[in-house]
Design a binder for this molecule. Structure first.
Ligand code: FES
Length: 235
């Protein structure tokens, strides 16, 4: 048996596509890109979503071709990080009701279901807590991991509030170095798309390398670097 975790917005059933066309938040487009590998603007989203629409038979055939026997559907009927609910419970339930052996809304994963989940740390933690009552069932994690630093040049990272200067070597991210000093430093995806690690820049130029949009005076410390010798951040 091969079971995969599917984020609800990438399940192309009629009901879910209708939900997405009704209001997919622009803030989530770059996160979606992680799954679809396609860059879509907010203006293009409705027609893009329509182009992904599949009949049930087509969805089942695609899963069969990939040897996937069951899908655990997550990330629906809840407020996203930008405060919008864009895939509703009823839409996921409709598909699961038609094919209960193939689609399991996450809340429906039973006491013996083995769960495989990949994603940012807060999502993994939410799944772990949700599965606590079935502690005997297998739960397998895979965390997002940071990409290797490409063309890195060493620089100094000055933390204005804590009055520290950290040396960021060519092959490490600023976030890595900050975590050495303070393991509670906020982060999630480590790939420049979730925005969790964003900090205010007080001085210095930033080589922005993230996939989510930030202002000139902000920096995603998981991927972005200084353009010069030093950047000063509000941390
Ligand atoms: S941790 Fe997600 S953008 Fe930096």
């Amino acid at each position: 048996m091969k079971v995969i975790d599917m984020w609800a917005p990438i399940v192309p059933s009629h009901e879910i596509i209708d939900d997405l066309r009704g209001g997919f938040p622009a803030e989530q487009l770059q996160y979606l890109e992680v799954f679809t590998k396609t860059s879509v603007s907010a203006d293009q989203f409705s027609s893009y979503a329509e182009s992904r629409r599949l009949d049930d038979d087509q969805i089942l055939a695609a899963l069969d071709d990939a040897g996937i026997t069951q899908c655990l559907i997550t990330g629906f009927d809840e407020r996203s990080t930008c405060g919008v609910t864009f895939v509703h419970n009823e839409s996921v339930a409709a598909l699961a009701d038609r094919y209960p052996d193939r689609f399991i809304p996450f809340a429906g994963a039973g006491p013996k279901t083995a769960v495989y989940v990949c994603g940012p740390t807060p999502m993994l933690e939410a799944v772990r807590v949700a599965r606590d009552e079935y502690a005997g069932a297998p739960l397998h994690y895979e965390r997002f991991s940071p990409p290797p630093v490409v063309d890195g040049i060493p620089f100094e990272l000055e933390l204005a509030r804590s009055q520290r200067v950290l040396s960021v070597p060519a092959n490490r991210s600023a976030l890595d170095v900050m975590l050495d000093r303070d393991p509670t430093t906020a982060y999630s995806c480590q790939q420049g798309f979730c925005g969790t690690c964003k900090v205010k820049v007080l001085a210095g130029q930033v080589d922005h390398r993230g996939r989510t949009t930030v202002d000139d005076d902000e920096m995603l410390v998981c991927v972005s670097r200084a353009k010069g010798d030093r950047v000063v951040i509000d941390a």
